[in-house]
Design a protein around this ligand. Sequence first.
Ligand code: DC
Length: 224
Amino acid sequence: MIGIAIDGPSGAGKSTIAKALAKEFGYIYVDTGAIYRTVGLYMYRNGISTEDTEGIVNNLSAVKVELKYVDGEQRMFLLGEDVSDLIRTPLIAKYASVVSAVPKVREFLFDMQRSLAKENNVIMDGRDIGTVILPDADVKIFLTASAEARAERRVAQLAEKGEVVGFDEILASIKERDERDSGRDVAPLKPADDAITLDSSDLTLEESIAAAKNIVNEKLLKNS
Ligand code: DC
């Protein structure tokens, strides 16, 4: 099986680029952030505070997370309920970021991610795919962009939806999340030694996709 890992900070365009690559190469796309978000949603719904690490750990065994493909799209199920849309809120993003810093949570989700890659050709995006989940991935891309570039894109995305949010506010929340994701002790966000870094700050989406495709093609050719 072929495994392609795409790691990087939030808002760098990982999911859009990974989806485009998955389509191009005919692999399945796995958004691992959605798995952490689903665990976060469970904790939120059960009134567990983001400060309560012990509560998070004690409740883990009751969390039943499933990842399924419906019409080719990844959907997340929590105790049998499709929560794919409910996990896309800033509050659940915060919960996801908090639960993902708990080592027991990462352990709990490890096998699920590994086995997906064992059974399928995958493009997996996350924070620790190239370093922890798929250390032997055929291709590892670390996709990054400056916090300012990511904040600008986010403001534009929200504006398209008719939501007006200030640049400074978005930039501050991006930086806060970066810090939490990079500064944690367990599986911090960092490029694997053998990852190729792609900085998309000054690239359009099309250019980023083209650059990522080139990296994959070159790597797979070299390995074959
Ligand atoms: O990519 P995202 O915003 O959906 O991720 C949600 C949170 O989960 C983010 O704060 C980082 C964390 N995460 C992680 O720790 N490891 C992963 N492989 C994927 C996401």
